[in-house]
Write a protein that binds this ligand. Structure first.
Ligand code: SF4
Length: 450
């Protein structure tokens, strides 16, 4: 019985240790959440000046903890409740079963929910500086998107999309060049936080463009931590000088200073289709840097592809997975060094898997069936797929299928509105890049004319 199943019996109906032990910090906007499923909520910019641990221990989160301790299910965790109501294990079980959470089960179960907790799993984006304009991203996470929206205005979808008017008041994005009270509080908290960390992940924006990333690296190099799993999510598309600086620091850190370094690389498809989804990326450069990283960083590390499953991923997903198998063949000898995850994209609705018709579900099903014919075996431990990687794609297909009978007319019309404007602004060509989706494009164009 795996740790998730064991934890299921101990947790009961509603408790989730991630609510205490994990936090995602979005410091450009002063928002946070526990894992990445519940909606983001605000951090009090004044209170953190006195007590920086309130970056995580917000009044809102303490209230959610108390609801859980009373055996109630907080509505913000609907992602897990939907999975559990289908009789499946949810992220609540998986995360609470992880060592960095489970170690404090008794203490949390007997807590009041109002304590200030030092988490052991922290994700942080310090600022939104980024050189790409990925199709499903926003000014909140990409300064290049913010620049385009500032210059050209929002996209004329049914609701104006990525308008800078949205990012005002307490949703204002604090640019990297300005002082940021949330970042200041983070560094005040760091001496308390660092010793408790088991997983620390830097996302963005693009962390390789951010001076805070190298400040963390310098601290780790000076203060090794053998329990630390250090993770960085990157688009591997920054200019060469920055990439070289990054690689040199990572090699030093992986020279026995931490337990493990995980490099996350975002890639949602293959070749020109991958470039279309992540505007500004050069696929061959990213792929060669992945190979360089796996070749030059010799030990204590791995690489995970984050494949954000959206409706433009379906066509080239198998090619990407074939590429991953080749990397596994080349670089995974004594342990698995090349991983991938397939989280579903929920917003914007026009880029969701759920609005695609049945033939695309069948296409994804055929990829899944091909994976299940290429599983690892006892004498081929690393050059195939894991059963849970197939199970994850099953979850995506189940999620896709669960909306097949819904009316997606507005989202399909928005698909056409968004990508025809995308092509006009950015000089791209949807039909040239996705010729196999011609019928789908015509369908969306038709919805737009209605
Ligand atoms: S219950 Fe699920 S959504 Fe809520 S914090 Fe736990 S893992 Fe995240």
């Amino acid at each position: 019985m795996g740790s998730a199943e064991q934890m299921k019996d101990r947790l009961g109906h509603a408790l989730c240790l991630a609510k205490w032990k994990q936090v995602s910090l979005h410091l450009p906007t002063g928002l946070n959440n526990s894992c990445y499923h519940p909606p983001l909520h605000a951090i009090d910019p004044e209170a953190i000046k006195i007590n920086p641990s309130l970056l995580h221990n917000t009044e809102h989160k303490k209230h959610q903890r108390q609801i859980m301790l009373q055996g109630q299910r907080p509505t913000e965790c609907s992602y897990c409740w939907n999975m559990e109501d289908q009789g499946k294990l949810s992220d609540r079980h998986y995360r609470s079963g992880e060592p960095w959470a489970a170690v404090d089960f008794e203490q949390i179960k007997n807590s009041t929910g109002t304590e200030d907790v030092v988490p052991s799993y922290v994700e942080v984006n310090f600022n939104n500086a980024c050189n790409l304009r990925c199709s499903y991203c926003s000014p909140q996470f990409s300064s290049s998107w913010a620049d385009e929206s500032q210059r050209m205005g929002p996209y004329a979808t049914s609701t104006p999309h990525n308008s800078m008017d949205h990012f005002t008041g307490n949703r204002r994005i604090i640019p990297a060049r300005e002082s940021n009270p949330y970042v200041d509080a983070f560094w005040s908290w760091w001496p308390t936080l660092y010793p408790a960390l088991e997983h620390f992940r830097m996302t963005g924006g693009e962390p390789l463009m951010d001076r805070n990333t190298y400040r963390v690296f310098d601290h780790v190099i000076e203060n090794p931590s053998k329990k630390l799993h250090l993770n960085v999510t990157s688009n591997f598309s920054v200019e060469q000088g920055l990439f070289d600086k990054y690689m040199s620091a990572v090699k030093t850190i992986c020279d026995g200073r931490i337990e493990h370094f995980m490099q996350y690389v975002s890639l949602d498809g293959w070749g020109s289709q991958a470039e279309y989804m992540r505007h500004g990326m050069t696929f061959d450069l990213v792929w060669s840097r992945v190979d360089q990283y796996l070749t030059q960083v010799p030990s204590y590390n791995s690489l995970t592809f984050i494949i954000t499953m959206n409706n433009l991923s379906v066509s080239s997903l198998q090619q990407l997975l074939e590429g991953i198998l080749e990397l596994r063949q080349k670089h995974s000898r004594t342990y698995q060094r090349v991983w991938f995850d397939t989280p579903v994209l929920r917003e914007p609705a026009w880029q969701s898997l759920q609005i695609l018709p049945e033939p695309y579900v069948q296409k994804l099903q055929s990829v899944r069936d091909w994976m299940s014919q290429n599983l690892t075996t006892s004498d081929n431990l690393y050059h195939g797929f894991k059963d849970y990687e197939v199970a994850r794609l099953d979850r995506d297909i189940a999620w896709m299928r669960s909306a097949q009978t819904q009316d997606h007319a507005v989202a399909q019309a928005d698909f056409y509105r968004f990508f025809s404007e995308h092509d006009r602004r950015r000089g791209t060509d949807f039909l040239q890049t996705f010729p196999e989706m011609r019928d789908w494009w015509a369908r969306c164009e038709g919805m737009n004319r209605k």
